[in-house]
Every structure is written in C-alpha cells, then in structure tokens.
Design a protein around this ligand. Structure first.
Ligand code: NAP
Ligand code: MG
Length: 399
C-alpha cells in the first residue's frame, strides 16, 4: 500500500514521561505505517527545555504560527520537587502557559463519547464542551511573599499618570499576586466561543464571578455582552440557539442538572479545573480532546491529561502499563485532519477519520485500557484489559 503524502509539515512538540513513550508508539504503530509523516520536531521534554533555557518552547510556538497546525505531547510543569529531580537551572513556567500566551486563543475540550461508557452523571447524554480562555489571569500572574509591610497595586499610563491602590497592610507574613488580561484577548475569546457555538449549533453559557470581582470579571461579562449584541445576536436567533451569562456557581449547578449539549465558556482557571471535572465525569481524562484555536486561525492539538507520572515509574521498572492513549491519538488525528483541510488533502482527512473510528470501534468491541474497564457496560460484549501497546496494535488492525 502506498503511504499518504503530506504537503506541509505538522509542528510536533514532544513531551515527558509516560506520554512521551505513548507518543513514539502512536507514531510507530498507528501513523507511520500509513502516512509519510512530515513534521518539524521540537523536543519539549523537560531535559531539553532546561538545556535550551526554555527557548525550545518559544521556538515551537513561533513555528506553530508559521505553519498553522501543531500537535503537542503532555509535558511536566516543574515544581520544587521536579527542580530537584531533574537538577533544573530554574523553575520554568508551564510550557502550555507559554504557548497559549503566544498564540492567544481559546482551548476547546470535548469528551470522546463511546457506546458502552455511561458518564458518572447519567443524565449527561450529549457532550459538554468546555471553552477555556487561554490567556492571562493566574497563568501570567506576578506573585510574591510579603513580610511585615504593605502591598500596593500601581498602574502608570503612557503620560506617567499613576493610579495606586492599597492591596493590604501585612502585620505578619503573607502572599500577594497581581494578574491581568487584555480587552483584545477577551474579545477574541468571545468571538471564538460564539463562532464555535454557531458551528456546532449548540447553546453557549458563559460564567464568571462578577458579583465579587466587579471590575475584573465585570469586564469579561461586558465584553461578551457587547460582542454578542453587535455581532452575533441575530445569527444565534436564526440558528435557534441561546447565549446565556450567569455566575460560575450558578452554572455549576445548572450543568450538573443538564443533559449536556452545551458549550460552556470559562475563564482560564475555571476552564482548567472544570475540564478535569467534566472529563472525569464522562469517563476518563484520557477520553477528552483538546484544541487551542487562535484568533488568526492557528490550531494546536493536545491531550487534556498530564504525563501520567505514576504509570511512568512502573514503566521504567520494566512493568507493562495499561495507560490510555486515546486523547493523544485524537490529538494526532485532529492535527492531521486540520492539516488535510488546509492543504486540500482528502486522503489525510480520510485517514484521520479512519484512525478515530478504529479507536472507538476497538473500545466498543471490548478491547480497552484498564482505566475504562470498570466503566464499560455493553450487552453481549465482554470488556478485556489490554496493555497500551496491545491496545494500539488492536486499533492498527482496524484502520
Ligand atoms: P496526570 O498525568 O493527568 O495523571 C493523574 C492520574 O490520572 C494518573 O495517575 C492516572 O490515575 C490518571 N490518568 C491520567 N491520564 C491517564 C491516561 N492517559 N491513562 C490512564 N490513566 C490516566 O496528572 P498529574 O499526575 O497531576 O500530573 C503529572 C504531570 O503532568 C505533572 O508533572 C504535571 O505538571 C503534568 N501535566 C501536564 C499537562 C499538560 O501538558 N497538558 C496537564 C496536566 C498535568 P491512576 O494513577 O489512578 O491510574
Ligand atoms: Mg487541569
């Protein structure tokens, strides 16, 4: 069989630990036998980030802007323990944070629905898509420790005009943080959400905590409202879908009672936390797709979960693990499909579709990784636990 040719390379961002192992296996077993894979490779593994003083992360984001489509493996965000474990020169920032800040844009996360896996919230019949604002807030915050003393927030405009606000007078030690966002980024977040909801014909819910954070979150609310009224109201009405703004705690209660089929737009931190909750409720973090869409139409596909450290330590001891590769497979298929769309390659689009169908068919016929085993119930099908490699081989047979 002749392999499918690619016109433009994908930007490939390799990562860490167990997902780095899966990454190579997915390429070897599921992609390279079928596609003449063209990538521009960036090693975002922690060792290489340290070696390059994190320049590799910035370079990979620049390449993504140039080519338009990237696929990213999960990476370690170093904490104090990782700094010691890897003897790092410093505690680098989250690569996802760096890339998202450079591309701006919005992360859309949707569950991968499989016949036989009922969500933990059984009334959820349709996907809940989380749209996560990917810029700013605590991910670009400046923070520090305070002793005894006072903290102020100072803003200076271009004329040198200053506005100062007291944050707190510390009588003992404590912590302070300042964060920011920009109107431009919030506006493109709003447009990305309205466009996505229209595309999918799904209602859009947006939530913040503007009763407490009157100026900061209030600005998010106002910008969404303005963009909606000026650009989207009529389109939503003729598509028969609604836009609703409500408080984050109210929306949490509504989501739990809903049957799904909603795009839920979240601020950066809310989206980080809520997407893990939603993914877990639909089955597993490994059954969730994630894509960052920038306002200028650049796409970065990734898995929603981390590097699965606990499994990696078993793997390096020589044990076989049953780590779920589905989200990472869908990151590749998503990126290949988008590349195919941009390059006008129906063969590549068709391959991406076949890869996803083969993956779902494999699970639906009872062959799956351990994390799905207890959740899977389908009449006439007996669930069987496979190792990651056996699972990938079972998928390859169905492509
Ligand atoms: P994690 O890697 O997502 O894993 C947490 C637990 O969830 C695992 O121990 C495992 O549970 C289960 N799990 C997650 N993905 C799975 C999969 N594909 N198959 C089977 N089970 C899976 O989160 P973490 O342990 O909190 O973080 C590990 C590292 O990942 C950290 O260094 C963190 O910085 C990084 N991280 C990266 C990203 C990213 O790059 N996008 C996102 C989050 C975290 P059991 O152990 O019970 O089997
Ligand atoms: Mg998270």
């Amino acid at each position: 069989m002749e392999k499918i040719k690619m016109v433009t390379p994908l930007v490939e961002m390799d990562g860490d630990e167990m997902t780095r192992i899966l990454w190579q296996w997915i390429k070897d077993i599921l992609i390279c036998p079928f596609v003449e894979l063209k990538t521009e490779y960036y090693d975002l593994g922690l060792k290489n980030r340290d070696l390059t003083d994190d320049k590799v992360t910035v370079d990979s984001a620049i390449a993504t802007k140039k080519y338009g489509v990237a696929v990213k493996c999960a990476t370690i965000t170093p904490n104090a323990q990782r700094v010691e474990e890897y003897s790092l020169k410093k505690m680098y920032k989250s690569p996802n944070g760096t890339i998202r800040a450079m591309l701006d844009g919005t992360v859309f996360r949707a569950p991968i629905i499989v016949d036989g896996i009922t969500p933990y919230i059984p009334t959820w019949k349709k996907p809940i898509v989380i749209a996560r604002h990917a810029y700013g807030d605590i991910y670009k915050a400046v923070d520090g420790k305070a002793g005894v003393g006072s903290a102020t927030l100072c803003y200076t405009d271009t004329n040198g005009e200053k506005v100062e606000k007291k944050v707190f007078d510390f009588a003992d030690g404590g912590v302070v943080m300042a964060m920011h966002n920009t109107d431009k980024s919030i506006e493109s977040f709003a447009r990305a959400c309205f466009n996505y909801a229209l595309d999918m014909k799904l209602p859009l819910w947006f939530s913040t905590k503007d009763t407490i954070s009157k100026v900061y979150d209030g600005n998010f609310k106002a910008i969404f409202e303005r963009v909606y009224n000026e650009e989207y109201k009529e389109k939503f009405e003729s598509a028969g879908i609604e836009y609703m703004y409500t408080l984050i705690d109210d929306v949490v209660a509504r989501i739990v009672r809903s049957e799904g089929g909603i795009v839920w737009a979240c601020k950066n931190y809310d989206g980080d936390v809520m997407s893990d909750m939603v993914a877990t409720a639909y089955g597993s973090l490994a059954m969730m797709t994630s894509v960052l869409v920038s306002p200028d139409g650049v796409y970065e596909y990734e898995a929603a979960h981390g590097t699965v450290t606990r499994h990696y330590y078993k793997y390096i001891k020589g044990e076989e693990t049953s780590t779920n590769p589905v989200a990472t497979i869908f990151a590749w298929s998503g990126a290949l499909r988008k590349r195919g769309e941009l390059d006008g390659s129906s063969e590549l689009i068709d391959f991406a579709n076949r890869l996803e169908k083969a993956t779902i068919d494999t699970i639906e016929s009872g062959e799956m990784t351990g994390d799905l085993l207890s959740m899977f119930k389908k009449e006439g099908v007996k669930a069987q636990k496979l190792s990651s490699k056996e699972f990938l081989e079972a998928i390859a047979k169905r492509i």
